[in-house]
Design a binder for this molecule. Structure first.
Ligand code: SF4
Ligand code: SF4
Length: 142
């Protein structure tokens, strides 16, 4: 994984890099770590979540995450942060050394589910009897 060195012939430095980043890619989503899903119930719940607009799910070497693709309300039209001096700690910790400008975050994911169909395909492979899970769930509630 390497950083981009130039952009349109201009040398990229840590100071000018964010100015080249169309729409400040790191301000266009949030993530929330999930408990590791294990059971059919867990994955059925994820299917409900990913059925909603702009919700993705991924797994990397730190665990499973919910990814919500929504741009921060503080992002200004010129790509700057509108609350720079008060921005939350997580924003302060984000380094531009190697970031979404250099490569899509998905390249570092072990698993990435963009929509309901992708996750369903994974569940069918992971669980024998996935298609009959509702019968099993109903019996559990009896
Ligand atoms: S840190 Fe990276 S992704 Fe975020 S605005 Fe700067 S160049 Fe873009
Ligand atoms: S608060 Fe500022 S730095 Fe943080 S995500 Fe929003 S626009 Fe980006």
């Amino acid at each position: 994984m390497t950083q981009k060195k130039t952009f349109k012939g201009i040398k990229i430095t840590s100071e000018n890099k964010c100015g080249f980043c169309d729409g400040a890619k790191c301000c266009a989503y949030i993530t929330e770590q999930l408990e590791t899903p294990r059971s059919m119930h867990d994955f059925d719940h994820l299917l409900w979540q990913i059925s909603h607009e702009n919700i993705r799910i991924y797994k990397d070497d730190e665990g499973w995450y919910l990814l919500v693709e929504r741009t921060c309300l503080h992002l200004q039209k010129d790509g700057r942060c509108g609350i720079y001096d008060e921005r939350p700690h997580v924003c302060r910790q984000h380094s531009n050394d190697y970031c979404e400008f250099d490569a899509p975050a998905e390249e570092g994911f072990d698993l990435y589910f963009h929509d309901f169909d992708q996750l369903t395909t994974y569940c069918k492979k992971r669980f024998k009897g996935w298609g009959k899970r509702f019968v099993k769930f109903e019996k559990e509630y009896e």
